[in-house]
Design a protein around this ligand. Structure first.
Ligand code: T46
Length: 135
């Protein structure tokens, strides 16, 4: 039995005649206390990002505009998912190599994280990542 690499959560939607309001809330779709928020936007055509893993970080990625494809690799299996709705979030835990591809020009990818930025938590070499998960 293997667990899915792609863990999607539903963000409650409160649409009405005025438009949409989407929520990610602790105890709901959000399984951790948020200590940092960043967003990726204005990505140039043909550019991919990521190409690293984290040792401890948990994150929730929500594509609040446009679309992006995120691929995840655990050292053995690879899965990818297209995010194109703020109604869903992608949970990415530690020890997953992530790559972001096929950004639409209008993509805004918001990321909620459970820790402050720490470069020491990154594994930016793929071979080192494979050794990390193997051992
Ligand atoms: C991740 C994917 C989904 C900071 O100073 N503070 C921050 O909070 C972040 C996230 C980045 N930075 C600096 C570090 C680099 O000088 O911003 C620069 C670009 O970061 P990076 O090349 O790591 O960006 P991505 O898009 O490859 O990866 C980011 C996150 O870093 C990473 O944690 O999981 O998005």
């Amino acid at each position: 039995m293997t667990s899915p690499l792609v863990q999607l959560v539903d963000n409650p939607q409160h649409g009405d005649a005025r438009g949409q309001l989407s929520v990610a809330e602790l105890g709901g779709a959000l399984p951790f206390v948020v200590r940092r928020v960043y967003w990726i936007h204005g990505t140039k055509p043909g550019i991919s990002r990521g190409f690293h893993a984290h040792k401890k970080l948990h994150q929730l990625c929500v594509c609040v505009a446009g679309s992006v494809r995120i691929s995840l690799f655990d050292g053995r299996r690879e899965e990818s998912v297209v995010l194109d709705s703020s109604a869903q979030g992608l949970l990415i835990g530690p020890a997953l190599w992530r790559e972001m591809h096929d950004f639409s020009p209008d993509c805004v990818l918001m990321v909620l994280a459970d820790t402050e930025y720490d470069e020491a938590d990154y594994i930016r070499d793929r071979d080192q990542f494979i050794r990390h998960v193997a051992g």
